[in-house]
Every structure is written in C-alpha cells, then in structure tokens.
Design a protein. Structure first.
Length: 663
C-alpha cells in the first residue's frame, strides 16, 4: 500500500505495478528482500535499455522487431538458466521486461521513453517500499536462518560419521548423505544473499564460504571411510578391523561430544592413526593397502571437521559482535562451480523464442488491437517456469488462477474503483483482497496460486484506466493474456518438457563426461571444484530419482562413487610429476579411465567387460609400481580408485609386474 501511495502521489501512469512489485519481491528475510531488490533493479534497467535500443531502429519493421525481442528474451533466459543462484533473476527480468515495455507501445512509439521511464520508476518504488517495510517492521535477519542451516549441516555430518562407523552402507547412512548433499547446495545458494544482510555475518562471507567448502570435502571423506570399512569386512580382514576399532570409537566420541577444538585430543587421535597405518611395500597385501587408505581418510576427516568447528566458532563470535579470530587468508569458492546444462538452457530459450514469435505473427496477421498482451504473457511465463523439468504443470496452475482473478478484477473495474475518489477510499476498497492474498503468498504450499492472483488482479488494474474504462477492452486484453499463457503451455510442452527420468540420466552423463575430461584435460582441476559440482549433481539427482522410477539407491550410490573416483583422479594428476620422476607414468591409466567413462550407460551401470578388465589390470600394475617405490600416498589413492571402480573384483595380490615406465 505504501508503494501504491507513493506511485499515485507521483502521478505515475500505472501505479499498481509498484504494488505488484512489492508483493513479488517480498520475503520473510530482509537480506533476501534487499538482494532481490538489487537484482530486480538491475534487470529492469537492462531490459529497459535493450528496449530503447531496439524499438526506435526496428519500429517500421514489425516482423524484425518481434524477432529481435523474441531473441533477446531467449538470450536472457539462456543466461539466467546457466546461473543457478538468485543472480539469475537479473537476466530473466531483463528479458521479459523488454517484452512488457516494448509490445504495448509499438502502436505509439513516441511514448516509448516515457513508458520505459515510468516502468523503471514503478519497479524502484515497489522495491524500495518492500525493502523499507521488511527492514523496519518486524525485520528477520538472514543470519539466524543461515546459522541454523550451518548447524544442521554439521549435525548431519556428525550423525553420518556415527552411523557409518556403526553400520556402513545401511539405510540410515544413505539417508544421512542425501540430506547432507542437499543441505550444502542450499547453503551455497542461500549465502549469495549474505552481502545484503544487516547482521554482522555479512562481514563473514569468506569464512562461511570456507566452512561450506570444508563440509563439501567431508562428503567424499566420510563416504570413503564407510566404503573401506565395508571392504575390509568383505575381505575378512578381522585383524585390521580389530586394530581399527579403538581408533574409530575414539573418532566417534570426538565428534559426538563435539570436542574437535580440543587440540590435545585431536593430536592424540592423529598419533593413534599413524601407529595404526601400515607401510606399504612390494609384497603388501590388499588388506594392508586398504587399511592405509582408511587411515588417510581418517586423518582427512579429523582435519576437515576440526576446520569446520574452528570456522563455526569464529562465525559465532562475529554473530555475537565479538572480534573474529585471525584464521589467515581464506579462498572463496565461486557458485560458478555448480552444475550447468547448456542443452536444457538452449531448448528453454528456443521454446520461448518460438512462443513469442508465433504470438507476434498472429497479432500482426489479424491486426488485433489488444494482441500485444499475448507475446507479453508468452515471454513472462516461458521465463518464470523454465527452471522446472516440467514447466507445463506450473503454468497450468497459474492459468487456472488467472481465470479466477478475472471476475475479481472485473468487480474492481466495474463496481468498486469507479466509485472511489481519493486514495484513502481506494486503500479501504482494495486492502481486503490484497491482504488476504498476501497471507497465502507467504506460505510455500500456496505461493504459486496466490502469486497468480496478485499477477492477475494487479496486472489488470495496471493496464486499465477507470476514467476511460471499456468493458470490451477489458475482455480483449484478458483474452490476449490467456492466449499468451496458452501459447507458453503449448510450446513448452512441445519443445521443453522433460521427464524426471530423462533429466536424471542427463545429470549422470554430465558427471561421466566431466570425469573423462579430468583424465585428459591439460589443466588439473581443483579438488574442491570437482567435489562441489559432483555434490551438486547428487542433490539434483535425489528428487528426480524419487520421481523417475529408476533404482534410486543404485544411482545415488553410483553418483557418490563417481565423486570419490573424480577426487582420486585429480589427486593422481597432481602427483603425476613426482611419480614420473620415479619412472611411473600415469598416462596409460588416465587414457583408460577416459575410455571407461565415455562408454558408461545409465541403464546398464558399471558393466564389467573387456575394457573394464584392461582398466583393472592397469590399475593393478600402477599400484604394484607405487608399492615398489613405497610411495604411500600414491598407493593409497590407487587402492581407493580400484575399490571404488571395482568393489566386486577379486582382491589385489602382489605379483611380479613390471613397473609402468615413462616412455
């Protein structure tokens, strides 16, 4: 209402856009409101600028103008789908803002600048009011919500470690790792709002990012410990397991009692692990090598979890207004490491371009006076739902409640607003509907229907002038909106809709393609980047596997196994120069690994054929060579790679195998 008052006092032509923007930007968290405000203003300015450039040059060629606007919307949608953070809204809004400004003024091009300026002013007023109200009236900082999510992720790590040590590969550990993967991805996206928050945490964005990276690295570490314990049990290494039992119990207590900041206790555990770890040599057994790998993973668990607790303590100090500890330089992982699918982004953009172009062609061919509403709505709805596997379902819900909004809008336009003569009475008249809808807008289960009602009612009011109201124009413009939304439904179903099963397979293939590139690329990727991207894919896979009918547990385990394999490949690539100095070449192994992942099939999974036998033989030969030169880290990493790729293969046995020498 504040936005509506300011817009009306400034005599803006369509002040209801300001109120609608305030509703759309609104969020329970003030920091999220401010970040949305920045992104929405940026997108609006960008879209308005594009309109002011395109329309004057192409106004005499409506076909070219329609194509240019459609391509602009498609390009912006493509860019927004590649950035899976709230920043994506800048590109999306830049796309359909150009359509909202340009299409209605093509018959009156001289008003283009005034309409564009008014749209920017209205959006800015709505954003300013939403930010002001959420900052001053019962403000909710992003900080507590983010800290609660961080604590939940750390608690999930504790629970997973305890369950993995007690019973590896149980149903509980499977649930723990899926929960943690989702938590970490949500945390990374939520943290993008942090610089706009008012709490002290906005100064700790680097520490929070570092904590997220440490949590990310814990996933493959705990998963490896879980897998190695299962492998030792499978190969009957009773002596090795008995030696591990006391150390594992110490780690379990260390995590459960949350004493990771006790330096003496941590140092004692590291010392116990060093005593437990065997030294590999040419005749080392498979159980000894697995035990060495398990010990290295336990070291990594202690180090990463201790870092998590130190970072969490420092973040807590800053949240309480205390001076932070000096933790040295901290690198910040970019959200660009998240999974991207250029193919789906291109198909979404293409569907939007076709829907807008067809609507424009129908508008131009028929000479429909109110036909501009059709391409406007096609642009908006092709963009808003493009992130979903099946956008049609969401657009249909929107369309249903748009129908419901028409009689409400008609009541306001025909009965209520014509009798209103001052701002106070207007507030009294429209407040009941918008306050009621606003209550439902804040509930996740009813957000979409409520947003459709807001869009329908406020959008209709913004497009009508009660002083020159025409019932024919009201029906005509609403028919245009319905036609545009229907076009979005049709072309999205035709060109863009995917099943959850298809998307799940595509995510799996993307992971295998990346693993193949890890083996062959000239530049060695970062372990943190590979971990984060693979973990993000696991988080994307989990809900889709539940809906797809694919074997959920099998594919989830394969994705986690791919994560561990990818890290081992990166570690081996990093060790390659040192191994080459000892005449051990990793080139044959990496070539075979690339071939292995290029031939993976989502329907067949890991099939043990001739190529896999060749890969297993190369791994065994390289492992034998690493044991011969007593390279502990290389032997441990190769053992981990062998166990992850071929968990059912016979145990490695030392043989008189010639070393893999550099050519």
């Amino acid at each position: 209402m504040l936005a509506l008052y300011i817009a009306s006092r400034l005599a803006l032509p369509r002040p209801f856009w300001s109120m609608m923007t305030a509703y759309i930007v609104a969020s329970p968290l003030a920091g999220a409101v401010r970040s949305k405000a920045v992104y929405r203003v940026g997108g609006t300015f960008l879209g308005c600028t594009a309109t002011l450039i395109m329309v004057p040059y192409l106004i005499n060629s409506p076909e070219l103008l329609s194509l240019a606007l459609a391509c602009w919307v498609g390009f912006c949608l493509y860019m927004s789908l590649l950035d899976r953070t709230p920043r994506a809204y800048v590109f999306m809004l830049a796309g359909y803002t150009a359509a909202l400004i340009a299409f209605p003024v093509v018959t009156e091009p001289l008003t283009l600048f005034d309409v564009g300026l008014a749209r920017v002013e209205e959006i800015c007023i709505g954003i300013l009011c939403a930010s002001l109200v959420h900052t001053l009236v019962l403000p909710q900082s992003l900080g507590p919500a983010l800290l609660a999510r961080l604590d939940k992720a750390i608690a999930d790590v504790q629970r997973w470690v305890e369950d993995a040590i007690a019973s590896p590969e149980s149903e509980k550990t499977s649930r723990d790792r899926k929960t943690l993967a989702s938590d970490i991805t949500e945390l990374r996206v939520m943290a993008t709002h942090l610089p706009f928050d008012t709490s002290n945490l906005r100064w700790m964005s680097h520490s929070i990012s570092a904590l997220q990276d440490k949590l990310t690295m814990l996933v493959p570490v705990v998963s490896s410990i879980e897998n190695r314990l299962q492998a030792l049990r499978k190969h009957g290494a009773a002596n090795s397991l008995a030696q591990c039992r006391s150390v594992l119990q110490g780690i379990r207590e260390w995590i459960h009692k949350d004493i990771a900041l006790d330096k003496q206790k941590t140092a004692r555990l590291h010392n116990d692990i060093d005593i437990l770890a065997p030294t590999v040599h040419t005749q080392s057994s498979w159980s000894d090598i697995l035990l060495l790998n398990l010990c290295m993973q336990m070291h990594a668990l202690l180090d990463n979890y201790e870092d998590c607790q130190i970072l969490r303590q420092n973040i807590g100090r800053v949240a309480r207004g205390e001076k932070p500890l000096n933790l040295g330089k901290q690198t910040r992982m970019s959200t660009s490491v998240l999974h991207r699918d250029h193919g789906i982004a291109l198909r979404s953009a293409f569907a939007a371009v076709i829907a807008i172009t067809v609507c424009c062609a129908f508008w131009i061919f028929t000479g429909w006076a109110s036909g501009s509403a059709a391409p406007m709505m096609a642009a908006v709805f092709c963009c808003l739902f493009a992130t979903q596997d099946n956008p049609v379902a969401g657009i249909k819900i929107y369309l249903k409640f748009m129908y419901i909004s028409i009689p409400i809008s008609a009541f306001y336009m025909l009965v209520a607003l014509p009798a209103v003569h001052n701002f106070t009475m207007m507030v009294v008249v429209i407040a009941p509907a918008f306050l009621l809808i606003g209550c439902y807008l804040a509930r996740p289960s009813t957000t979409l229907p409520a947003l459709a009602l807001v869009f329908g009612i406020a959008g209709t009011l913004s497009m009508q002038d009660t002083n020159t109201f025409s019932f024919v124009y009201f029906i005509d413009s609403n028919l245009g909106q319905i036609l545009g939304i229907s076009a979005a439904v049709f072309f999205t179903r035709l060109l863009r809709t995917f099943s959850a099963q298809w998307t799940a397979r595509r995510i799996l293939y993307a992971g295998w393609k990346e693993l193949s590139s890890v083996a062959t690329t000239a530049d060695v990727p970062s372990t943190a980047e590979v971990t984060m991207r693979t973990l993000d894919r696991i988080a994307l896979l989990t809900p889709r596997l539940a809906m797809s009918g694919l074997p959920n547990e099998t594919y989830a385990n394969d994705a986690l196994r791919d994560l561990r394999v990818g890290l081992r490949m990166v570690q081996l690539r990093q060790m390659a120069p040192a191994l080459l100095a000892q005449t051990i070449s990793l080139s044959p192994l990496m070539t075979q690994l690339a071939l292995h992942f290029n031939k993976q099939d989502a329907d067949k999974g890991y099939v043990f054929n001739a190529d896999q036998r060749a890969l297993l033989q190369i791994i065994d030969e390289t492992l034998q060579a690493a044991c011969h030169v007593q390279h502990q880290l290389a032997a441990s990493t190769l053992a981990s790679l062998r166990q992850d790729l071929f968990p059912d293969a016979p145990a490695y046995t030392p043989r008189n195998v010639s070393r893999i020498t550099a050519s």
